[in-house]
Design a protein around this ligand. Structure first.
Ligand code: NAD
Length: 435
């Protein structure tokens, strides 16, 4: 039986693991497998990433070159050739699953990759999809493509869905400590899936189907999106009422049961929270269901950058300055603190709106020295170093992402006006506006 041989190869670290998509999710996973003694091959279509990795260099801020060197010593190689799949036992897909311009799921990265690997699939392999997606993807989209080769899923080849729960930059919860959800197309698939992930994670949480695993990941992210939407709405109210939202959250969090603190901000960003919930919204239409919580949270969260911009306009107005030609510096362009990822970042929306209002926009972000290339946004800017003179010449600075590397006392001393969207300053001060 091919599953027994495959499980044996996985249990004895003889199995060769291919990881396709070496981004924020795929690269840490590759490192983890190599650490556990597996030979790992990484495939990525970005030639620059392949070159850097093969030259022992990392391209992710929180992953050191030393980790890449160690992984290379364990036999890791990166390539853009899908043919290597034929020599491996396990293929793990960590590919982007964005939304299209019409805000519909864009599975093209996953489906194109499946087409690329089909000629190299063989009996006795396991394929695992980790990308976030709508319930039914693995069974309805991937299984038929694999079976078109004549290989039968559950008998010849094994197929699972195991969502990634990576939290880049989180020092406490890492790839190895975060329990891993896994659902298989058949019971045999699930047994092999458990053998695939048990060596690299503390716990494999087995669920009854790939659809359940896909829905579990979506529930986790929708839960976050909805609760952030809720707290952002409450913030807009407490702001008008003169109540400090952060004091309220801290006080509520003393309740030892039934309350989970979520924090407001200038909106939501990253590859997951602004995107994933709409994979479910799209699929729900097939069942005649309108996912109202998701839509409402999306509406509130996506209105936050504009709310922040209005706060900046009002704060400047109060000191007799129009937004046009005012110097405004945005502090933190990454979507969350201490990372170098600016995908879907609300800070970029704030910058864009300020730019449209003809403010003179600059930014400072120690994690993003050059403004990153983006599909829909463009700023030809470099990060500005925060000196006394730079801060003093700004009409306003806006804290959009509260990186630990910023010196908040220094900023407070030298900036003329601060708009704080992250609750950095917990006291009242005439030059600080909470937004
Ligand atoms: N970043 C996170 O924190 C996080 C957390 C949980 C889940 N996820 C999910 O994991 C998936 C991957 O996210 P990510 O953040 O790692 O994305 P990413 O953009 O950082 O990485 C994806 C990688 O895939 C490569 N790629 C694209 N098309 C390819 C192809 N056809 N063949 C080979 N490589 C290809 C890209 O060059 C890139 O290096 C997404 O579905 C995301 O929603 C991400």
């Amino acid at each position: 039986m091919p599953e027994y041989q495959l499980i044996e190869r996985l249990n004895t670290t003889k199995a060769i693991i291919t990881i396709i998509g070496l981004g924020y999710v795929g690269l840490p996973l590759a490192i983890r497998y190599a650490d556990q003694g597996y030979r790992v091959i990484g495939i990525d279509v970005d030639p620059n990433k392949v070159k850097l990795l093969n030259n022992n260099k990392s391209y992710i801020d929180h992953i050191s070159d030393e980790k890449i060197i160690k992984m290379r010593r364990c036999g890791f190689t990166a390539t853009d050739q899908f043919s290597v799949v034929s020599a491996t036992d396990a293929v793990i897909l960590c590919l982007p699953t964005p939304l299209s311009r019409q805000r519909e799921p864009d599975l093209s990265y996953v489906l194109n990759t499946i087409s690329s690997i089909l000629p190299y699939l063989k009996r006795g392999q396991i394929i695992s999809l980790e990308s976030t997606t709508w319930p039914g993807t693995t069974e309805e989209e991937i299984r038929p493509r694999i079976e078109s080769t004549g290989l039968q899923v559950g008998k010849d080849i094994f197929l699972v869905y195991s969502p990634e729960r990576e939290d880049p930059g989180n020092a406490i919860h890492r790839t190895d400590t975060i329990p891993k959800i896994c659902g298989g197309i058949t019971a045999h698939c699930l047994s092999v899936g458990k053998a695939l992930y048990s060596p690299v994670t503390r716990e494999v949480v087995q669920v009854s189907s790939t659809r359940t695993a896909e829905m579990t990941k979506l529930l986790e992210n929708i839960h976050r999106a909805v609760n952030i939407g809720l707290v952002n709405e409450i913030k807009m109210l407490t702001d008008k009422m003169g109540i400090d939202i952060y004091e309220v959250i801290s006080a509520a969090a003393t309740k030892p049961f039934g309350f989970v603190p979520y924090y407001p901000g200038p909106g939501i960003g990253g590859h997951c929270i602004p995107v994933d919930p709409f994979y479910l919204t799209w699929k729900a239409h097939e069942y005649g269901v309108h996912t109202r919580f998701i839509e409402l949270a999306g509406e509130i969260n996506s209105s936050m950058p504009q709310w922040v911009v209005q706060k900046i306009v009002d704060a400047l107005n109060k000191v007799g300055k129009p937004i046009k030609n005012s110097r405004v510096m945005v502090l933190g362009v990454a979507y969350k603190k201490n990372v170098d990822d600016a995908r879907e970042s609300p800070a970029v929306r704030v910058m864009e709106s300020l730019h449209h209002k003809e403010a003179i926009v600059a930014y400072s972000d120690p994690h993003l020295p050059i403004f990153p290339k983006m599909r829909d946004h463009h700023f030809d800017l470099k990060s500005t170093e925060l000196t006394e003179a730079v801060l003093a010449e700004q009409d306003a600075v806006v804290i959009t992402t509260a990186h630990d590397q910023f010196d908040y006392d220094f900023i407070k001393t030298h900036a003329r006006l601060i708009v704080d969207t992250r609750g950095v300053y917990r006291f009242s001060d005439p030059k600080i506006v909470k937004a």
